[in-house]
Design a protein around this ligand. Structure first.
Ligand code: 13P
Ligand code: SF4
Length: 336
């Protein structure tokens, strides 16, 4: 066993995940359920995970819901079926718990688009501004942030800042532009984007709308403005899901990562969901390549061996957590 763990650790360092053969005859669902009990672990999964991972999770949600769960869980181990910044957020909120991510390479193009050393220089140009950062950013960026937000609470966060105060918004320029329209505030924007939400084809969506005249176009605010301008509804992943459940309409073109359609179809089996098409027909670009690095096999190995673990320097937790706490306070006040 010690030998196996040593080999696994070596591979882990090289690859970012435990690289071991998993017996194909294993019932992974049953094994994962057993490990949850044995290790007092909870699995938190984002809607962009593969359906089989969503089905074995204890909680499935958007970035806000996942942070709220990470802050309040009694479990000793948090297994994050999502991406790196989400697991880091969980670690900052629950520093004494073990936080595991099945693949450490599950990053985020949006978080990568805002390197802290460049952002620090950018921030120096606006010394009196409040910094609001989308939670899709690194833990280090959170140390340079006054208040975090998610797509569920961004409008509330911006509106909580006194009108006379200037605001820098990072890293998503599309969500930022949407917030300027929604709140009427003049935000200074960092120029970052999500690689999944900027690939939707305007032309192909228009063709789909012509072929499916009853379908409502629903979009995540990380999409570019030409998609948002024609959307019937804009919301976070949980906002989009709620809309499809409560809506009197039966057909939807879904402009966000296609993993969310699993919960939409489960909640409304008689409704039709069409994934918004990307520009390139040959790629599965509406699937986040980072989110989809997590697999049932990696989830199982992570839970079995307690690796890979999220470790953060204490100064990052100390200086970064208040930005998340402020976001959670504003959300609680708003009843979110
Ligand atoms: P939400 O689930 O908070 O809407 O965020 C979407 C996203 O891009 C997560 O990476
Ligand atoms: Fe990041 Fe976009 Fe993937 Fe979300 S969908 S994790 S914002 S790259």
């Amino acid at each position: 066993m010690t030998e196996i763990l040593e080999v696994a650790k070596e591979n882990l360092i090289k690859k970012g995940f435990l690289d071991m053969e998993v017996d194909p005859s294993l019932d992974l669902v049953a094994e994962i359920e057993k490990l949850k009990k044995e290790k007092n672990a909870i699995i938190l999964a984002h809607y962009y995970q593969d359906s089989d991972i969503q089905d074995v999770a204890d909680y499935i949600g958007d970035s806000l819901g996942l942070s709220q769960q990470a802050a309040k869980t009694d479990a000793e181990v948090i297994v994050f079926a999502g991406v790196h910044f989400m697991a880091e957020t969980a670690k900052m909120l629950s520093p004494n718990k073990k936080v595991l991510l099945p693949d450490l390479k599950a990053g985020c193009s949006l978080a990568d688009s805002c390197p802290p050393h460049l952002f620090r220089k950018f921030k120096e140009k606006y010394p009196d501004h409040v910094v609001v950062s989308y939670i899709n950013c690194t833990a280090e960026l959170k140390t340079l942030t006054d208040i975090c937000c998610t797509s569920s609470n961004a409008v509330h966060v911006i509106n909580s800042i006194p009108k006379e105060k200037g605001i820098i918004f990072a890293p998503d320029r599309n969500l930022g532009a949407y917030l300027i329209k929604k709140t009427g505030r003049d935000l200074v924007l960092w120029n970052g984007t999500c690689m999944v939400h900027e690939i939707f084809s305007n032309e192909k969506i228009t063709k789909l709308q012509i072929r499916n005249p009853k379908a409502k176009l629903i979009a995540h605010p990380e999409c570019e403005s030409h998609i948002l301008d024609k959307a019937d509804f804009i919301g976070s992943t949980s906002g989009l899901l709620k809309y499809t459940i409560e809506s009197e309409f039966d057909e939807f073109i879904v402009a966000t990562e296609s993993g969310i359609i699993h919960q939409m179809a489960l909640a409304s089996p008689n409704k039709t969901f069409i994934a918004a098409p990307p520009n390139d027909e040959k790629c599965a670009c509406n699937e986040c390549p980072y989110m989809r690095l997590n697999t049932m096999e990696k989830l199982y190995l992570t839970m079995k061996y307690g690796q890979p673990e999220i470790i953060l320097p204490q100064w990052i937790i100390d200086q970064g957590v208040s930005s998340i706490d402020r976001m959670l306070e504003i959300s609680a006040k708003a009843g979110l």
